[in-house]
Design a protein around this ligand. Sequence first.
Ligand code: IPE
Ligand code: IPE
Ligand code: MG
Length: 253
Amino acid sequence: MTAGGIDKAGMPSHVAIILDGNGRWAERRGLPRAMGHKKGCETLEQIVEDCARIGLDYLTVYGFSTENWKRSKEEVGALMGLFRLYMRKLVKVANENNVRCRMIGERSRFDLDIQEGIEFLEGQTAGNTGMTFVFAVNYGSRDEIVRAVRAYARDIVRGQKGEEDIEALTEDAFAGYLDTAGMPDPDLVIRTSGEFRLSNYLLWQCAYAEYYITPVLWPDFTKDELMKAIESYRSRDRRFGGRNEADDTLKSG
Ligand code: IPE
Ligand code: IPE
Ligand code: MG
């Protein structure tokens, strides 16, 4: 089966990206960091379209972490300005590509107009049936897990669940309290700019993800780079803690 001329065999269903290196991209050109973020938004627009065309089911992108508030007032301000602009542009890009958009993260910390922009984007694209684009903003995995525990405790206290449910809680049921409820776990995590860390991204969900790190800075990331990551993913042997086929061949041969 092919999608956009691509053989679908062994394709990841869900790709998660840690877009990184916007600041360095700008600094290397003697530009303000905000210019790197602006170029990064343009890259993201293109990659959302590329991912939809190659037939991914889910693309989840880390746009702003719970720790990114520590940056200078100027940089945070520039990022908020870009969110405002980019969310409006994204409605068009998403609808042209049959993409449904969903935001994860704690949105109440954003200014009201940004929160409304998020709701507008989700509402305007809710009927699309192609790829789901998930944008992680004011997202932190530890924060997400703590919020999930609070929500579960609230259900117990309010009587929607009883004390017996404490022991009956399963991994799947717990995952239903996370921001990513209903989504499959990422198959492949791509991080740009050569950093080998998760930076508080999808810690629960990436338990068995495959990782691909590229030195390319996010503003320079292209569809070719994306396809290199996917090719690398296709050559991996995912075992999920079980035996691999090579073990069987060794024994029988
Ligand atoms: C990623 O680029 C965007 C955000 C974290 C908001 P950075 O701003 O982290 O770029 P570097 O890592 O400083 O180059
Ligand atoms: C992670 O990148 C957050 C996002 C990509 C939004 P950072 O640049 O903030 O991560 P660290 O500080 O290098 O770990
Ligand atoms: Mg960074």
